[in-house]
Design a protein. Sequence first.
Length: 450
Amino acid sequence: MTFELTKEYLDRIQEAIEAGDETLLRAEMEELYPADISGILDELKPESAHYLLSLLDDSVGAEILANIDPTERTNLLKLFTSAEIAPLINEMDSDDAVDLLNEQPIQMREEVIGLLEDREQARFILDLLHYEDGVAGSLMQKELIKINVNLTVNACIEEIRLQAEDVQNVYAIYVVDDAGKLLGLVSLKKIVLARKDAKIIDIYDDDIVFVETYRPVDEVAEVMQKYDLDSIPVVNVQQRLLGRITIDDVVDVITEQAEEDIQVISGLSGEAEDDDSIWKRSKVQLPWLVAGAVGSLMAATVINGFQSELGKVAALAAFIPIIGSTGGNVGIQTSSLILQSLTDTSGLSMTMAKRLLRTLMVAIINGLVVGLIAGVYTFIIGEPRLFFVVATSLLAVVMLASFMGTVTPLLLNKTGINPAVASGPFITTANDLIGIGVYFLIAQLLLAEV
């Protein structure tokens, strides 16, 4: 049954913590999944969360710490000693353990590694710590099942039994040679169906997808998504098998990248949570708000420079909102499509010239339709002399905004800057400014004799 955290339940847990009722707390927590307990810890004060977590089995505590938000985890572990963290690290997959230890001060990290009872785990962690963030090596875990290509099926089964104790999920059995070089994989189905005296060399599949330790994590995610893989082996430059990356870690990477892009598109200069302090949330939102305000003030300056035109035809002011909003909307729509296309790394994506041509054709159609609708409105309000001004301005604005929305993310991507910056406040403010300038210039030209 799905657990629902209520205020009444949380109050009861808090009262039990304050009373030191370990029996009640253990009984309650045994009925819950680790993910449910994580939700409770998130609502408790750090001191209470520390106490509750210390009552749980190490395996449960390890699973909780491996899956909670890194910021929350860092704040919580400030209350833990090295001796309290070490048993939890023993129970984690090596990649999760490294993620946790990388968030700790160097002294704490070294103390924890020195206290680990599982020395193989300590060796795994030390192997992984030297990989920089953002590459396959930093994402892989050392726990896997590998067998020598010269083994019989019967010997292979015994080897699987020995190695599987430390592997949480068995996705594949990797086959290596005497030097540890990855040769392929063999499925559990083939092992079960094969004769006991059959050789692995006769039944394994040498058609295997792998990645090197230095590959960027976004490439790893693309490969696993393309080939629909639950896990992927990681090798060094000599193709020796070093570890594996599982689908849950790749999902975390994809989610993190999506959240970062959403924050950039939304105009946030960093991570923001609903329960962050007022100052932190303000600091995250202010940079783009200030930039947007400066852009709007510049637009106001442009409008102020055309006071004579407004004085002659006051109705020009009525169409300023549609000019600005249309340019912003078109820019966001176009840049969003370009951002989506940039994720296609198949090598078959369109050239810059073809993109611009398609953008131009779409912009002409959209500009004509929107311009005609707004032009008709000039007759409704009794200002038919503005028909060509408004219709022509909207056509020009749609075309310019489409051009900006296409070129800007492509150029940013070429220079190594996150192209998502081209969406949201940036593209909206830029197109507002350009659109209003174009509108009044066209009005000045077409209404010169008024």
